[in-house]
Design a protein around this ligand. Structure first.
Ligand SMILES: [Zn+2]
Length: 284
């Protein structure tokens, strides 16, 4: 009898909670977050789909990746990009971003404060101006939520001058329940040091900086991040021989699982806030 009473109380309180929480919030809590690391060769492009249906695109591949990215997003049911981030103005990050943002409505675009006199940069701004897309500065401290369960925070750049363009990269941490993703764009050792001073770098998954180059992913940084899984966005037989042997050695040393787009194609991480599952090349 006692057990039945307890069960009844539990069921009643559960129903009460369901009544109090609005429909949208409920869907948010129980639906997964997916992060797609697209296979765009020697370039970067990451799609984030939040449980509440919001979408974020980080970088837009190199010059000829537009069609591939657009069809990937369409297959994923994307009709609108709530947030777009151009992590830094190198061609392998913004090369096709102009085509992508022309194809979808965009609510806001973040980029670091770094005017860059290249065709890609001017092409990007032409579309931003044509479509009158609001542009915000990507910098440490910017944070926002995607629904109830996903927190997004920019950990860098903090300063206003760096020797290497890569160190202007917008570094983004995504928190979903107990799970954290750290997306390094092309950040190098200088930016890593700056991020460590700020703290809060612990993550479960790290998208390595600069395609796994030895310019970053220092042992000091990996030890603080403590991630068990690394994702590397890198081209097959790329002329730079990325990822570097030194970086791969560090990952091995820390017994990390490594997913590489050159070996696996698109890599998709699905989080329920407690666990992260990876799949590759499915559907695409
Ligand atoms: Zn790059």
């Amino acid at each position: 009898m006692k057990t039945i009473n307890k069960l009844a109380v539990f069921c009643l309180s559960f129903m009460l909670v369901l009544t109090i929480i609005p429909q949208e919030a409920r869907a948010d809590w129980f639906d997964p977050l997916t992060i797609h690391f697209l296979d765009v060769g020697q370039a970067d492009c990451i799609l984030i789909k939040a449980p509440n249906g919001q979408t974020m695109l980080i970088d837009g591949g190199d010059e000829h990746d537009g069609d591939k990215i657009i069809s990937y997003l369409e297959k994923e049911g994307v009709t609108h990009l709530d947030i777009v981030v151009a992590t830094h103005p190198h061609h392998d990050h913004i090369g096709s971003l102009d085509d992508v943002i022309r194809a979808f409505p965009v609510s806001v675009l973040y980029m670091p404060n770094l005017p860059y006199d290249t065709k890609y940069y001017h092409d990007l701004f032409r579309v931003i101006n044509e479509k009158q897309i609001p542009v915000d500065r990507a910098k440490a401290g910017v944070n926002f939520k995607m629904g109830f369960s996903v927190k997004v925070e920019m950990l860098a750049p903090k300063g206003s001058y760096y020797k290497h363009i890569n160190d202007y990269s917008a570094v983004i941490k995504i928190k979903h329940g107990k799970k954290n993703f750290l997306l390094m764009a092309d950040a190098g050792a200088e930016e890593e040091k700056e991020i460590l001073k700020r703290g809060g770098v612990k993550a479960d998954v790290i998208k390595l900086g600069h395609h796994g180059a030895n310019t970053g992913t220092t042992m000091e940084f990996l030890k603080k991040v403590k991630a068990k899984t690394a994702v590397i966005s890198v081209g097959r037989n790329n002329p730079y021989q990325f990822p570097s042997k030194e970086v791969m050695y560090r990952l091995e040393n820390r017994k990390m699982t490594v997913y590489r787009t050159d070996q696996l194609g698109a890599i998709i991480a699905t989080s329920n806030g407690k666990k992260i599952l990876f799949r590759t090349n499915v559907l695409h």
